[in-house]
Design a protein around this ligand. Structure first.
Ligand code: FBP
Length: 562
């Protein structure tokens, strides 16, 4: 056993606090009324996966088809038993993660004051390596309403192999833990479902509960309205984009190319566009649907730059979703072939250095895809070929599409004599907003939502279920009216090709072109392109009137406007 309570790296109770943090520490997150006292479980109908039902059912014989559940107020409280719970933060940071843990802590203490919470360190690897700390009240109190995942750290280890599950079981048994909460994105919750199924199949007596986390906003569906962190991160980015727009509208001399995190889906870019009204915002899903090439995208931006220049406006803002390159059809085909090639030759390529790997790829790739690769600057081509995360994803956050696009736009404008003739000037600056927003102090929305998700997870544990995701719905209404419950994770799954294999995974939510947020954006973007319609949202407000402080994202509002 490797408890790290005495480890010098875990100095939880000596942090210095800013005045805001001190004031924020006493903020009491709002809970749905249904969770305020004792709860009763209301079971819905049996569920099925979003697609590939037979295959998912066969892979999850013990956890497939479970009913959705909802919690309602229970006038008669039954005394609970003490429970030991483990918690893991998995994947990229997202504002509010600490509040999930605080809500979970308060929830299990409410079930029984002798309940205990253990945090596994640095992500799922902490479970496998038996590295943990006990999260006691003084530690928890230090982290209420704070950003970051530093309370226990996070990591991207994929929990997918039997020996990892068995190693984890050893420490869970040693600590008498009967429930594990995994706070993560689509991949981590997929792993939670696999772990739940495995522990159930061997009768381990360990419940596994997931919580929907990711700033990317792509873990959502009919039953999970949003992932936590999206609200705060997009508010932080929108504040800074607004500031840039005001600077740009003051000096009137730069075009700002702003790449926004979000991995594949363009939810973050779309939300920031709705909040800030930039001159251009690319939506990857639309680019794919319209089969636009890189040249088409460059022409689209250059035309807007030229049209603004003709009106004497040599300035503007362009928002670019991080995952753009994966959606441009010619590069999508290239990435897909690269994934198959590298996945099918895992062992062969494992020992290769970069030069050997490049040589291997160039010799084995189809001619069309070699041509596509050669269109890209060397640094981008290298990133597509070599840099993958543990889930086999291209590390899109490393690809400098903002520079790629502004360079190509500049070249196109130079080759257009009418641009200079009308007084056009094109001077570009580049930004990438991602890490800046992931650890911000959670907005009131995220502080409340996360605390509720964690508290609700304790109710799911008390209800004895496994393989469920904590779910809080009705989020556009005031928090007291939110609806708590649980969704079987298998319900969100389908089969997808990953690393050259068919795998059961939670279906990622991309921007829907027929959805209200995109439709709203599409109806206004021409106006934003040619006229200067910037909005400056300003910083997140934590104290003040609800209409300023407690508003959910515009995406959520448009999606759930009734
Ligand atoms: P999760 O899906 O794990 O929440 O991570 C999201 C994200 O912030 C992406 O937007 C980004 O592409 C990626 O993490 C960056 O990963 P890393 O933190 O490993 O650099």
């Amino acid at each position: 056993m490797h408890s790290e309570n005495n480890n010098v790296n875990v100095l939880h109770i000596t942090m210095k606090k800013s005045a805001l943090q001190k004031a924020r520490a006493s903020y009491q997150p709002k809970l749905p009324i249904a969770l305020a006292g004792a709860v009763k479980v209301v079971e819905g109908h049996a569920t099925q996966s979003v697609a590939d039902q037979e295959a998912i059912k066969a892979l999850f014989p013990n956890t497939y088809g479970l009913p959705e559940i909802r919690f309602e107020k229970n006038p008669t409280a039954t005394p609970g038993k003490p429970v030991n719970v483990g918690v893991i933060l998995s994947g990229g940071q997202a504002p509010g993660g600490h509040n999930v843990i605080c809500g979970l802590f308060d929830g299990i203490k409410k079930i029984h004051k002798e309940s205990r919470l253990f945090g596994f360190l640095m992500g799922p690897q902490g479970l496998v390596e038996h590295r943990y700390i006990e999260l006691t009240a003084p530690i928890i109190d230090e982290y209420r309403n704070t950003g970051g995942f530093d309370i226990i750290g996070s990591g991207r280890t994929k929990l997918e192999k039997k020996d990892q599950f068995d190693k984890g079981l050893e420490i869970l048994r040693e600590l008498n833990i009967s429930a594990l909460v995994i706070i993560g994105g689509d991949d981590s919750n997929t792993n939670a479902a696999i772990l739940a199924e495995y522990y159930k199949s061997i009768g381990a007596g360990i419940q596994v509960i997931g919580c929907p986390k990711t700033i990317d906003g792509d873990l959502k569906n009919d039953v999970i309205e949003t992932s936590f962190g999206f609200d705060t991160a997009t508010k932080v980015y929108s504040e800074v984009i607004g500031n840039i727009q005001r600077d740009c509208n003051s000096a009137k001399k730069y075009w700002h190319f702003i790449k926004l995190m979000g991995r594949s889906a363009s939810h973050i870019a779309l939300e920031c566009a709705l909040q800030c009204q930039p001159n251009v915002c690319l939506i990857s899903e639309e680019i794919e649907a319209k089969n636009m090439s890189l040249d088409d995208i460059v022409a689209y931006i250059a035309d807007i730059v030229a049209s603004r220049a003709a009106d004497g406006n040599n300035f503007g803002t362009v928002l670019i979703p991080e995952g753009l390159i994966e959606f441009i059809p010619e590069f999508k085909r290239l990435i897909s072939e690269l994934n198959e090639l590298l996945g099918a030759n895992k062992d062969k390529v494992a020992g290769m250095d970069n030069a050997q790997l490049t040589e291997f790829i160039m010799t084995n790739l189809s001619a069309d895809n070699v041509a596509a690769l050669k269109k890209l600057p060397e640094s981008v081509a290298r990133q597509l070929m070599l840099d993958r995360d543990p889930h086999g994803n291209v590390q899109v956050s490393l690809i400098e599409t903002e520079k790629l696009l502004s360079g190509l736009v500049a070249a196109r404008l130079e080759a257009t004599p009418s641009f200079a003739a009308c007084g056009g000037k094109f001077s570009s600056l580049h930004h990438f907003f991602g890490y800046e927003g992931r650890c911000a102090d959670p907005s009131n929305f995220d502080a409340d939502y996360c605390y509720s998700l964690g508290f609700n997870a304790s109710a799911l544990i008390n209800a004895g279920v496994t393989g469920y995701m904590s779910s809080i719905r009705n989020l556009v209404k005031p928090a007291v009216q939110w609806i708590p419950g649980g969704i079987p994770i298998t319900m969100m799954m389908n089969i997808e090709r990953r690393n050259a294999e068919d795998k059961p995974v939670i279906q990622k939510a991309l921007v829907r072109l027929d959805g209200a947020p995109f439709q709203k954006f599409a109806s206004q973007r021409d106006d934003w392109a040619h006229n200067t319609c910037y909005i400056y949202p300003g910083p997140i407000q934590y104290f003040g009137p609800a209409e300023v402080c407690d508003q959910p994202s515009m995406t959520l509002k448009y999606e759930h406007r009734h």
